[in-house]
Design a protein around this ligand. Structure first.
Ligand code: ADP
Ligand code: MG
Ligand code: MG
Length: 325
């Protein structure tokens, strides 16, 4: 077949993982691109079902078995992501911990729309924290999973998008696609380049409509952002968002947005969540422990916390940047 030119573009949008996922493929024949996006769509839909935290599916079945104190066999891909979750959780010192599903549910975030009304009672939060659910409670024996602690309820939401886009990118590569971008609401994996130029992405400003900065991604890089500005509810002037500190059981307040530039979507996504929990005092140490070097965080007072590795990669996009750094 005649080689397609790199300026040949194929775009598709899927709705999966509760968000729009845009796929752009460059430099492929139309048929190749269509088959590849269809395959990616299938992969993502399947992962969305298998890994869903509260709808019926493979993870739900596992959570039910854990609550009954029973061992449960899962498919190899779910077993794989649980191994990965445990490793990332350990590296984060437990700040990223997908075993706190009961807390996420208690705060009302096991729903498609953010909760309304009052936060849970301090007693109910304290009871779940006291039960100490940890992903290290899981015995991962091949694909047979058991938990030493029945309070463990798995919620992979802190890094499922990253892990899924990694698998989607692998699917594209396996089909010979060299140049593509997968964009799930600002969480991005890229393959190759955008024609003769690199793929470019922006980091959203959590306070006003616009970007704080933009950057060019190199082939194989990813950019993941976790924020307190999208999924949250307000009660009596206080904001309660969906990233929860496993130590206290309460939503994170100090950090409004964390962006991580890396080469691994699962790690970048997990790290973004962990660094939001770590906060101003601890974030640099936790980033190093998780092996991520390029980080940009925005605090509730609008302060930017940036590593040199990230700073080296940013093109200023916002007013006042980088003076604010
Ligand atoms: P975003 O949805 O903005 O990408 P994250 O990647 O940080 O945000 O994922 C937030 C989700 O992670 C929550 O909705 C919840 O399902 C889960 N979660 C919340 N707190 C934690 C935590 N401390 N560790 C692991 N997962 C968490
Ligand atoms: Mg995320
Ligand atoms: Mg995350």
């Amino acid at each position: 077949a005649q080689a397609a030119r790199n300026d040949q573009v194929h775009r598709e949008t899927l709705y999966v993982f509760g968000t729009l996922v845009e796929i752009e493929i460059r430099g492929e024949q139309r048929d190749t691109a269509l088959t590849a996006t269809a395959a990616v769509g299938q992969v993502l839909q399947q992962l969305h079902r298998d890994w869903h935290a509260w709808r019926p599916g493979a993870l739900n079945d596992l959570n039910a078995a854990i609550a009954r104190g029973e061992a449960h066999a899962v498919d190899p891909r779910l077993a794989g992501i649980l191994h990965e979750a445990r490793r990332l959780s350990c590296e984060s010192g437990g700040l990223f911990d997908p075993a706190i599903g009961a807390l996420v549910a208690l705060w009302g975030f096991h729903a498609d729309t953010p909760p309304q009304g009052a936060p849970p009672s301090p007693e109910s939060v304290a009871a779940l924290v006291a039960a100490r659910p940890r992903i290290t409670d899981l015995h991962l024996d091949g694909t047979d999973i058991r938990s030493a602690n029945p309070a463990v309820q798995l919620d992979l939401g802190g890094f499922a998008k990253g892990a899924a886009l990694d698998l989607a990118a692998a699917e594209l590569r396996a089909r010979g696609i060299d140049n593509a971008v997968l964009n799930a609401g600002g969480d991005v994996n890229v393959l190759g380049t955008h024609g003769r130029r690199p793929w470019r992405v922006a980091i959203r400003d959590p306070f006003v409509w616009g970007a704080v900065a933009a950057l060019s991604l190199r082939p194989g890089e990813v950019l993941y952002t976790s924020g307190n500005y999208e999924r949250y509810f307000e009660h009596e002037g206080e904001r309660f968002a969906h990233i929860i500190d496993p130590r206290t059981g309460y939503p994170v307040r100090e950090i409004v947005s964390v962006s991580v530039l890396d080469t691994d979507g699962a790690r970048a996504d997990a790290a973004a969540t962990a660094l939001a929990v770590a906060g101003r005092a601890d974030w640099a140490r936790v980033a190093a422990a998780m092996g991520v070097s390029a980080v940009l965080m925005i605090t509730d007072t609008g302060e930017l916390l940036v590593t040199q590795a990230m700073l080296d990669r940013l093109d200023p996009a916002g007013e006042g940047f980088p003076d604010k750094v």
